[in-house]
Design a protein around this ligand. Sequence first.
Ligand SMILES: Nc1ncnc2c1ncn2[C@@H]1O[C@H](COP(=O)(O)OP(=O)(O)O)[C@@H](O)[C@H]1O
Ligand SMILES: [Mg+2]
Length: 397
Amino acid sequence: MNDKSKTKEQLLRELSLLRTEIAQLEQLNVKYKQADEERKETKIFLENVFNTSADGIIVTDPFGTITMVNPAVEDMLGYSTEELIGKNSIELRPEGSEFEEKGRAFITRLLEDGVIRGIERTWQKKDGSLIEIDFHAALLKDNDGEITGAVGSIRDITERKWAERKLIEYQKQLRSLASQLTLTEESDRRTFATYLHDHIGQSLFILKIKLETLLNTVRSPDISQHLQETTGIIEQLIKDTRSLTFELSPPILYQLGFEAALDWLFEQMHNQYGIETSFQNDKSPKPLDDDVLILLFRGVRELLVNVGKHARAQHVTVTTRRDDDHIVIQVEDNGIGFDLSDVDISTMPSKGFGLFSIKERLDHIGGRLYIDSQAGHGARITLIAPLKSKNTTRETS
Ligand SMILES: Nc1ncnc2c1ncn2[C@@H]1O[C@H](COP(=O)(O)OP(=O)(O)O)[C@@H](O)[C@H]1O
Ligand SMILES: [Mg+2]
C-alpha cells in the first residue's frame, strides 16, 4: 500500500503520532538544555570555590607535575601561577633527608590508600622561608581506574604550630618554676629545721643540764620545787622542738623514701588528730624525683590534716600503687564529706597549701588531682604524679 492509498484517518493518526514524537523530542531537548545549564552553573560554582577558597588547591599529573593551582597557593607560597605550573611538587619541599623521607612516605601512602587527610608538612616558599601546612590529598582516576593525577588542598598552619610550640615551652617553664618552688620551700624548711635542732634545741638541752646541776646544789625546798617545774617545762620544750624539727623536714623522707615516710606520717596524724589509718601499698617500686617526692608527701599530709580538721571521720584508708609510669595515691575517709559545688577548688584563690595548691602544683608537673566526695558520704581524693623517667630525670631548672 502506497501513500496515495492511505485513508484520511490513517494519515491523521500518523500525523498525531508524529506530533507526539516531536513533543517528546522537544521535552528531551529542554531536559538536555537544563542539564547543560546546570553543568555550566556547577562549573562556575566550582570555579568560584576554586578561586576564592582560603585553602590552597593544587592539581598535578600522575608524575607530580603541577597542572593547576588556585590563587590561595600563590599567596601562601609567594610564587605566581605561571611559575608553579610545570614545576614538580617535590621542588616545594625544603632540602634535607628528613623532608625527603617524609615526602617519599607521603607518596607511598597516597598510592596505597588513594586519600590522605590532615597530614602536616613543611614546604619552602619562593623567598626561602619555611611554611607549615596541613595537607589533604586524593588521587584522581579516570573511568577505567587509571591514575590521571592528584589533587591536594593545603592550609597554612605556621602560626598555629608556632603558638603550639610556645605553649609547650611555657608549660615547661611553668613546670620548672613549680618544681623549683617546691624545692626552694623544702630547702627553707630544712634550713629552719637544722637551725631549730642545732641552735634552739641545743641551747635548751644545755639549759636543762645547767638547771639540773643547780637543782643538786639548792637546799631550799621552795626553790627546788620551782626549779623542778622549770626543768619539766624545758623538757617539754625540747620534745616540742624535736617534733617540730621532724615535721618541718622529716629526715625519714630522704633516708627511707616515700612509703616509709608515710608510715611515720600516719603515726603523727594518729597522735595529733586521733585518726586511724590503714595503708595499702602494691609494693611495686615507685622511683620519684625529689620535687615530686616532696610535693606528694606534703600533699598527703595536707589531705590527712583535712580529714582531721574537717571530716569528723573515724577511719582513713591510704593506698599507693603504680600505674604504668605514674604513681597513684588515694586518701579515702568515712567522714561527713563535702559538696564540690561548695568548694570550687578551680576558682579558689591559693591560700596556703590547700587542695587548690596541690592541684595546681600537680598540674604543673604533669600530674592530676581528683576529688570524689558528696556531703554525708566521705571523701576520696586521688593524687597522680609521674614517676622518675628511666634515662633522664625531669628537667627541674
Ligand atoms: N576530707 C574532707 N572531708 C570534708 N571536707 C573536706 C575534706 N577535705 C576538704 N574539705 C573541705 O574542702 C575545703 C577546702 O580544703 P582545703 O583546700 O584544704 O582548705 P582548708 O583546709 O584550709 O579549709 C575545706 O575547708 C573543707 O570544707
Ligand atoms: Mg586544708
